[in-house]
Design a protein around this ligand. Structure first.
Ligand code: ARG
Length: 248
C-alpha cells in the first residue's frame, strides 16, 4: 500500500520494463506472378505487391520476409502458420473466405486468353469449350474453366491442362501442346510482352478483387494491413508503383 492512496491494501501494478519486440511477418508469394510478385535478375522477390508490403511494413513498423512458394499449397501454408499472409494477386472469393480472411480489395482484374500468334481460334471458340486450354492449378482461371466449360459439358475434362505456374502453360502453348492459356489479364500482358509468337486473344470480364489473405484468428494483423492499405492507396507512392509496373 502506498501512503496517500485510497484503500490501504490496494496493490499498485508496477511496470518494470518495457521491451520492444521486433515483429516480423512472413509473406507468401508465387514468384511467377509478374508484375505483382516475381523474382528479379538478382534472385530477389519484387513486384507491385512485394513493394506494397515493404512500404506498409515500413510505415506500420514491422519487418517482412518474402517467401516464394507453390501457389497450389499457399492457403494450407498460411493456415499452418508457415507464412503469415498471402500478398500475391489473390482473388477474394467465397471458397477461400471459408478458410482465411481477406484485407480490403486493392485491385480489380479480369481474365485473359492467350493463343499462338498464328492461331485461328476465336474467342467464341474458346467460350464454346472447343480448345485445349492451360491454366494454373488452384487459380481462379482454372475455376472459371471448370465452372463455365467443364461443368456445363461444353468441354471434355481432359482438355483442361493444369500447371504449377503460368509461364509453364505459356511454354506448352508455344510448343503446341495446348491451344490457349487463361490467366489474370495484367499477368498475361506482362508475361507475353516480350514474345512475338504469343498474343492475347481477348478478355473475359470477371471483376476479381485482389486482397491480402491472413489467418482467420489474426484480426490484429488484418487491421494493421487494412490501415496500411488505406495509407498506401492515399499516398503518391501508390501511383508511382502503378506506373512502374505498367498497371495503369
Ligand atoms: N487471381 C488469381 C487467383 O486468385 C490468380 C492468382 C495467382 N496468383 C499467383 N500469385 N500465382 O487465383
Amino acid at each position: 500500500a502506498i501512503a496517500g492512496c485510497t484503500g490501504a491494501d490496494e496493490t499498485v501494478p508496477v511496470v518494470e520494463k518495457v521491451t520492444i519486440i521486433d515483429v516480423k511477418y512472413i509473406v507468401g508469394i508465387d514468384g511467377e506472378y509478374p508484375p505483382y510478385s516475381y523474382i528479379d535478375k538478382d534472385g530477389n522477390p519484387t513486384g507491385f505487391d512485394v513493394e506494397s508490403i515493404e512500404w506498409i511494413a515500413d510505415k506500420k513498423g514491422f519487418d517482412v520476409e518474402v517467401q516464394p512458394m507453390a501457389w497450389d499449397g499457399i492457403i494450407p501454408a498460411l493456415q499452418a502458420g508457415k507464412i503469415d499472409m498471402v500478398y500475391s494477386g489473390m482473388t477474394i472469393n467465397e471458397e477461400r473466405l471459408e478458410k482465411v480472411n481477406f484485407s480490403k480489395p486493392y485491385w480489380v482484374a479480369n481474365q485473359a486468353v492467350a493463343v499462338r500468334a498464328d492461331s485461328e481460334i476465336t474467342l467464341d471458340d474458346y467460350k464454346a469449350g472447343k480448345v485445349v486450354c492451360g491454366a494454373q492449378r488452384g487459380s481462379t482461371a482454372a475455376e472459371w474453366i471448370e465452372t463455365n466449360l467443364i461443368e456445363t459439358e461444353l468441354m471434355p475434362k481432359d482438355n483442361l491442362k493444369l500447371y504449377d505456374n503460368f509461364p509453364l502453360a505459356i511454354a506448352d502453348l508455344e510448343n503446341k501442346r495446348i491451344d490457349a492459356a487463361m490467366y489474370d489479364t495484367p499477368v498475361v500482358k506482362d508475361i507475353i510482352a516480350e514474345k512475338d509468337d504469343v498474343v492475347m486473344l481477348g478478355t473475359i470480364q470477371t471483376d476479381e478483387e485482389y486482397g491480402i489473405a491472413v489467418r482467420k484468428d489474426d484480426v490484429r494483423l488484418l487491421n494493421t494491413l487494412n490501415d496500411g492499405l488505406d495509407m498506401l492507396m492515399a499516398d503518391p507512392y501508390w501511383d508511382e508503383l502503378i506506373e512502374k509496373y505498367k498497371l495503369a
